[in-house]
Design a binder for this molecule. Structure first.
Ligand code: ATP
Length: 238
């Protein structure tokens, strides 16, 4: 129903053998919101996103997407339902062309795939210019834009973004964050995982700070940015 949050995660546990990466994490993502999950390397952020996207099976806990329980649903079903991840490390298919990468993103859209791909070319002109090139020949920033565009052609209602600023030059990071703001402004709910905590919280409406697989702090992003404990542990002095 309309009153349901876009995502509701309860007591999520993700483990790899004996390693518990996520130890009972709960959070809510309101429809239309931009929620940031921040925290140190290894805090469990990617494991949470992968569990939400159906790429890792949680050991326990539940994920509700638009009010429906989708725990342990496979990734392809979730994508078709509108829950789509932009993977860490800009995992574009390097030996396929830009156009082929976008077509893959639209695999489940029959009638309007071409239309959606053209829309992405309008939005990311650099991708239109390079549509026939192998994705591996693009710059890091262009590959990140391609990874985002490939997720957007699927028509997500919720977009999961894993470290979109990783390894990019500061000017390109600005461009990526501008695109994230546009995506949210267009009505798509965003869950943003970032090591760049300050940047992510500035973009976000609400944030969760993860520590060793648990939620250490949460609150409106502006409150976290002003929280002495969060500043000391994660943000540092500017
Ligand atoms: P990063 O920013 O480095 O991706 P993160 O906060 O996203 O960190 P995760 O990648 O979720 O954290 O990792 C959490 C813990 O789980 C770490 O101790 C990591 O070594 C471990 N881990 C992650 N993936 C696997 C895996 N496939 N097999 C075994 N252990 C894993």
């Amino acid at each position: 129903t309309d009153a349901s949050p876009a995502l509701q995660v309860d007591d999520l546990v993700v483990a790899y053998g004996r390693v518990q990466a996520v130890r009972g994490v709960s959070f809510t993502v309101p429809s239309g919101g931009l929620v940031a999950l921040v925290g140190a390397n290894g805090a469990g952020k990617s494991s949470i996103l992968n569990a939400l996207a159906g790429l890792v099976r949680p050991r326990s806990g539940s994920v509700r997407f638009g009010g429906r329980d989708v725990t342990r649903r496979p990734a392809h079903e979730l994508v078709a339902a509108g829950l789509v991840q932009v993977p860490e490390g800009r995992e574009v298919l390097a030996t396929m062309t830009v156009d082929e990468n976008l077509r893959l993103g639209a695999w489940h859209r029959r009638s309007d795939a071409d239309e959606r791909i053209d829309e992405m070319y309008g939005r990311f002109p650099v991708l239109a210019e390079r549509r026939a090139l192998q994705a591996g020949a693009l710059s890091g920033g262009e590959q990140q834009m391609l990874a985002i565009a490939r997720a957007l052609v699927a028509g997500p209602s919720v977009l999961l973004m894993d470290e979109p600023s990783m390894g990019l030059a500061p000017k390109i990071v600005d461009e990526v964050f501008a695109v994230i703001a546009e995506i949210q402004a267009a009505g798509t709910t965003v869950v943003l995982v970032e090591q760049n905590a300050r940047r992510a919280l500035r973009a976000a409406t609400y944030g969760y700070v993860l520590e060793s697989g648990t939620v250490a702090h949460e609150g409106p992003a502006d409150d976290l940015l002003a929280d002495r404990r969060v500043i000391q542990a994660y943000l540092g002095i500017e």
